[in-house]
Design a binder for this molecule. Sequence first.
Ligand SMILES: Cc1cc2nc3c(=O)[nH]c(=O)nc-3n(C[C@H](O)[C@H](O)[C@H](O)COP(=O)(O)OP(=O)(O)OC[C@H]3O[C@@H](n4cnc5c(N)ncnc54)[C@H](O)[C@@H]3O)c2cc1C
Length: 292
Amino acid sequence: MPTRDLPTFTGPNLTGELQLDFQPRIVRRDLRVVRAEDITPRYRRIELAGDDLADGFPFARFSPGDHVKVFFPDPATGTLTAYRDTGDEWELDGDGDPIHRDYTVRAWDPDSRRLTLDFVLHEHGVAGVWARHAQVGDRVVVNGPSANQLLPEDYPVYLAVGDETALPAIARIIEEAPARSHVIAVVEVANAAEEQDLHGVSGLDLRWVHRDTAPVGEGHLGALETAVRAVALPDDLGGLFVFAAGEAGAMKPIRRYLRHERGVPRRQVEVDGYWKRGATDFDHHDVDIPED
Ligand SMILES: Cc1cc2nc3c(=O)[nH]c(=O)nc-3n(C[C@H](O)[C@H](O)[C@H](O)COP(=O)(O)OP(=O)(O)OC[C@H]3O[C@@H](n4cnc5c(N)ncnc54)[C@H](O)[C@@H]3O)c2cc1C
């Protein structure tokens, strides 16, 4: 898949809706861990570097949905198998099964040529466990991103909602939102120790939802949905853009509330399921969050 014949868009995005700026090709980069830092007890920041970043990385401002496919070693064999672009097609570079997961491009430093990814640490999957034990020198393959997902920059108010898997994206919204905009961020984490120090746009209303103690509304609402319902949306809904991501089952009622109960127009609501409880290697393209 060396080239992509798809419509593309180059920012700044003042169109009022998400725009995709496709890369001419999906690039494979063989990288190594150069720094691993615990940010909280269940969150680890990993910096990657390597010769394959010498020509740079397609980082775009205010595109918090940008993500790469990270290929990990098989925990049983230690073998890392990934796809290689032969010019005509993508071929596996070994006999093993490729193990890959999606991770948000948290930051790119063009001076040090380091790519930063933030990992939730959990015991249930290959990536969550890999991140906990990652050490300087460990190898991963990173493919992509396939496109920069440019959020519209012409809204006065942004509502950013998610659990800890969406924290890198929400942190980017807070850091990169248009200067005079107001950002309301509602973030669900395990407990108070998981709060992160987030700074950026001056008009920030940051609300942490602690899963261990958060109130939930009547009718079996989740803690995150309950917190979203407590947000006073602007009177003029035309001035609101929403980005929401996290556990797929938790995202559905939040989207339903915003779109159908509150009537936020479709082009102003971007919702993605980043993982699904009980599903291994969940593909966010399969998520059945309705598009209407
Ligand atoms: C576009 C996109 C961007 C993403 N960005 C990030 C990011 O920046 N940082 C990040 O940490 N994650 C991010 N994710 C989520 C991440 O890809 C998934 O959590 C992934 O399933 C982790 O892989 P795993 O091998 O650890 O678990 P899997 O092998 O996929 O799943 C095994 C089990 O673990 C459970 N599980 C998966 N994720 C979690 C979790 N976070 N907490 C508790 N249980 C879990 C599954 O339900 C399943 O039961 C992103 C996902 C998408 C689609």
